[in-house]
Design a protein. Structure first.
Length: 148
């Protein structure tokens, strides 16, 4: 019975044309979560707990007293400060296939990044966007503040 239910879930996900969340690729983890923080995934909002698996297109928001610490699969470290909205648009890390890329947006707030393997191996493949600028990453660490 359990096998049949699992097959139905897979088939319904494939038939609907959507990606079944059970099989969505994990691109990183939440290592630190403090204060009010929320995740918006597939239009649904939920709280954030330490250990949360991150996926492409996740939107992370922090409140006035909130902060997050993230570690991506390529060892990129991200610190998201209070009153922030950060979007993980794209993440590909398959060095064996020479497929690498990281694209994210900071719509408001503060973030700091310590680059990982993607930035070291293919720095032209890392992009962080803000409402006023597009940052191409060539160094190993930086901080950005976006005011409303």
């Amino acid at each position: 019975m359990k096998r049949l239910f699992g097959l139905i879930v897979v088939l319904v996900g494939a038939w609907s044309g959507g990606v079944c969340p059970v099989f969505a690729e994990t691109i990183g983890l939440v290592q630190i979560a403090s204060g009010p923080c929320s995740l918006i995934r597939d239009g649904q909002t939920s709280g954030i707990q330490i250990g949360l698996k991150l996926q492409e297109n996740d939107v992370l928001e922090t409140g006035a007293e909130g902060s997050l610490g993230l570690v991506l699969r390529d060892d990129t470290l991200l610190s998201i400060g209070p009153n922030s909205r950060f979007v993980l648009d794209r993440f590909v890390f398959s060095p064996a296939d020479e497929q690498m890329g990281l694209a994210a947006r900071l719509n408001r707030g503060v973030m700091m990044m310590v680059s990982g393997q993607i930035a070291r191996m293919a720095p032209e493949s890392v992009r962080i966007e803000t409402p006023m600028a597009l940052l191409g990453i060539r160094g190993t660490r930086f901080a950005v503040k976006v005011s409303e």
